[in-house]
Design a protein around this ligand. Structure first.
Ligand code: NAD
Length: 488
């Protein structure tokens, strides 16, 4: 593959330092979700055989890569950072054209990826272990961190730059070799990330890229050479993977779905709370694991909150992500659109009251893409739309009598990724932070986003096997070895 991927290009697998087709010769096309007549790109539809070749290439590259001093591995990641920074506008454009989010959102995702890479590359000079107190006169005891070996990285389409970067960077700096299996919906950004690694001189076989869907993904779980798999995606597939992996006790990190609440108490700053709900629920078209999908409103602020929220949602500008002034892009594909429509039907059946939105958008060329408007629905906590991840711009508004009831409702789902509260009462802030069942907590800010050096992840059915990003991520990509030296 020459140069960096352009819109509409054919991209290839990258195995053992060579760009190549799938062994089967099969291809998958990806179209722009804002206009399905535009080809975003074409990539191999790989099978287990391609994944096997990639795993074996990674295994061959491992000894030489782990022998690189860690600061040198870190330096290569800083070179990758510089390359991505120089090409960031192109990367953001590809991201918008294949995934759909608005161009400013794509630029934000790329910025965050660069920041995470900057923090993680520094582990090249921070990795290491501890010297422990000795129980004996002549024993020196220390711990050391070592790479796992070959790791599989399986990523979703909704953050197709940030998630591969936040998996690849810690895996590489720790000395692992990798097989990246991105979502089949976002092959172009994945190819560009790997192209960057090739450009800055990553040795052949250290990172291998296999496009495709469940088949090559399943090979990463089943193949005994693979020593760890970091997966981000749906809870449904995460559970399948956990079951398959348990058979050989494969080390796993799973980042899964969410049904994230925002609680609004009576003393909240209403403008701030409405802006927070809108950013949390409709940003990235609601296609975030951290999307706010339940607003739980306490006391007599309810009517005012709902009125302002509905007005703001009704005026939310939806359109192609490349268009200036657009606030929300399309859903990612036909399946996502019909998935959201199914939840809307279920909400109507269960007698949710739709305040705005609720119908796929037509006219002005919008029928060429997968557009769905910002939707607000009054709901009861036991309705399906108030319990299950919708992964679209739909916000369920629920009434609660007090903080206790709001917390009960917030915690009564199987997910536990992120949560937020709007209040000026410091006592209730701390009660909330203590009692909410989620991996991340935000006070007087939307429940989305996070710092590039802070642990990211959830509890309950939202996460399994340790956090990503920050220092915590290194626990997954390393093994601890305890060494006793008798020096007498
Ligand atoms: P998905 O589960 O359908 O697919 C995720 C990845 O797994 C893709 O690369 C897919 O090809 C692969 N895959 C599918 N079946 C597989 C199998 N049997 N074995 C191995 N790999 C397989 O998810 P998606 O639709 O791409 O992404 C959306 C989901 O991701 C949402 O549920 C969202 O909440 C979640 N997500 C979570 C986080 C987080 O950090 N918690 C972040 C982003 C997205």
């Amino acid at each position: 593959m020459a140069g960096i991927p352009q819109l509409g290009d054919t991209v290839l697998n990258f195995i053992d330092g060579r760009w190549q087709e799938a062994a089967s010769g099969k291809w998958a096309e990806r179209h722009d979700p804002a206009d399905r007549s535009v080809l975003a790109g074409r990539a191999p539809d790989s099978s287990r055989e391609d994944a096997r070749a990639a795993i074996e290439a990674a295994a061959r590259a491992f000894d030489a890569w782990r022998a690189w001093p860690a600061p040198r591995r870190g330096r290569l990641l800083f070179d990758w950072l510089a390359w991505l920074d120089a090409n960031k506008d192109h990367l953001a454009m590809l991201l918008t054209r294949e995934e759909g989010k608005t161009l400013p959102e794509s630029a934000g995702e790329v910025r965050r990826s660069l920041d995470i890479l900057e923090y993680t590359a520094g582990f090249g000079r921070r990795l290491g272990g501890r010297v422990l107190p000795s129980e004996d006169e002549s024993i020196f005891c220390y711990t050391n961190t070592q790479p796992l070996g070959v790791v599989g990285l399986i990523s979703p389409w909704n953050f197709p730059v940030a998630i591969p970067v936040w998996k690849l960077a810690p895996a590489l700096v720790a000395g692992n070799t990798c097989v990246l299996k991105p979502s089949p919906l976002t092959p172009m950004t994945a190819a560009m990330l790997v192209r960057g690694l090739e450009e800055v001189g990553l040795p052949a076989g250290v990172v291998n890229l296999v496009h495709g869907d469940a088949e090559p993904g399943a090979e990463l779980i089943d193949n005994e050479i693979v020593r760890g798999v970091s997966f981000t995606g749906s809870t449904k597939v995460g559970k399948l993977i956990a079951r398959a992996a348990s058979d050989r006790l494969l080390k796993l990190q799973l980042e899964l779905g969410g049904k994230n609440p925002q609680i609004i108490l009576e003393d909240a700053d209403l403008d701030q709370a409405v802006a927070g709900a809108v950013a949390g629920a409709f940003g990235a078209t609601g296609q975030r694991c951290t999307a706010t999908s339940r607003a739980i409103v306490v006391g007599n602020i309810y009517d005012k909150f709902l009125e302002r929220l509905t007005a703001r949602a009704a005026s939310f500008r939806t359109g192609p992500g490349m268009q200036a002034g657009v606030e929300m892009g399309p859903l990612v594909d036909e399946r996502a659109l019909s998935g959201v429509a199914r939840f809307i039907e279920s909400g109507r059946r269960e007698q949710g009251r739709f305040c705005t939105g609720g119908e796929a958008m037509q006219g002005d060329g919008l029928e060429r893409g997968f557009f769905f408007p910002a939707t607000v629905v009054e709901a009861q906590p036991d309705m399906e739309i108030a319990r299950e991840e919708i992964f679209g711009p739909v916000l369920a508004v629920i009434r609660a009598a007090d903080l206790d009831e709001a917390l009960r409702v917030a915690n009564a789902v199987r997910y536990g990724l992120t949560a937020s509260i709007f209040t000026r009462d410091v006592g209730r802030v701390f009660q909330f932070a203590e009692r909410i069942e989620s991996g991340m907590v935000h006070i007087n800010r939307p429940g989305v986003g996070g710092y590039s050096h802070a642990p990211f992840g959830g509890i309950k059915e939202s996460g399994y096997g340790g956090r990503e990003v920050g220092d915590a991520v290194m626990d997954f990509y390393t093994e601890t070895k305890t060494v006793y030296v008798n020096y007498k």
